[in-house]
Design a protein around this ligand. Sequence first.
Ligand code: TRP
Length: 456
Amino acid sequence: MNDTRSQGSAHGQWSSRLTFVLAATGAAVGLGNIWKFPYIAGEHGGSVFVLVYILCVAVLGVPIMMAEVMLGRRGGRTPVNTLRMLAAEARASRVWQIIGWGGTLAGILILSYYSVIAGWTLAYLQYAVTGAFANFTGDGASALFAQSITGNPLTQVVCHTLFMVMTMVIVARGVNRGLEQAVVYLMPTLVALLLILVGYAVNTGHFMQALAFLFTPDFDKFSSASVLTAMGHAFFTLSLGMGTIMIYGAYVPKTASIAGTSVAIAAADTMVALIAGMAIFPIVFANGLDPAAGPRLIFETVPVAFGNMAGGTLFGALFFLLLLIAAWTSSISLLEPGVTLLIENFGMTRSRAVVCIGLVIWILGFGTAFSSNLWSHVTLFGLTIFQQIDYLTSNLMLPLGGLGIAVFAGWVLTRDTSRAELNVRNTAVYTAWRLFIRWIAPVTVSIVFLHAIGVV
Ligand code: TRP
């Protein structure tokens, strides 16, 4: 793609405010909502975790998302250069660009495992199409996963490779072409299918148990580690703290309202996660599965539901197809900051940049693909390679990135700059945002951190 570096963003612009909302929602809604949220909620005992997560989305997520869009739109380039430029503009240290470097690295690390899990989805799409789930019980579903995924490094590598290629092709074409259109139809269809799953789940008779698990506070299973995970997940699910929203913000037209958009994206994202939880936990309880089963949770529950439903082959195939697409619209957003960095700072063409970063991520992905088999003994502090990368990115890098962004937007940018760029008509909204971004977000993130490492 041609890279004209005239004004605005060198990489293009969304055709309208709606396309930005769709692209950002596409980046936000992904495996994090449907695969990750249910299983980490399960591991941390449900309800209290869910409440802390929702609180973090509201208190940290929305203001930080506004800050990221604002910085991106003002800077108009890859996060590293956006931060360098805005720091220069504010006569602040060049060191601030470190947030951009850290975020870009986080994106690379996250995509390395994200692509492997998306690969599992690809494999399950094939099983669904061939009717493999017919009359499945929980045991059958567990056996299929153990045999085809955990015990099968080759399948994982092949599917990971396919998914990386899919992601690289889109990013090489530039985000504008094709992708924004697709999201318009696909996201609503995904929600409809999730609702069909919920409909099935209501009839298992374990729906109330699932609701209680998700929403009735039970403080026993809850610890400071859970708070850190809930906070990290709020960043992960909204795609915050690494520059995804910043680079997408760079393509936003100057006229769009940042506040309304951010609230809408956060609300849509949270709804999808909660619906996924309400679909999955009734099936877990009805089939004697373990809520704390970990990453395999949806791969063991969803096939049971579709395997026992009229038209299940069709719906099952559709479900995994849409999950794959949701993962796809997220994975391209993880790649974009690194690619634009290579274009801007190393003078590469878009295609070459995509190949360079794609290759690195592809190789890193082997660490995750082999975490459940060949390299399952390679652990540090009892965590496999996959768990290490997940912990490092979600629990440390994203919240730290978010903290940096909040401090930068609240303390380094002048009041006039942020006021003009956010362009909120209502003074109270601006004042509230500034209070959250200067005080509430930085203090909350710091306390959760210090608490998790045992200082407070
Ligand atoms: N939010 C996506 C999900 O829930 C994943 C994702 C895309 C992401 N871009 C990101 C996570 C940037 C962290 C940072 O599946």
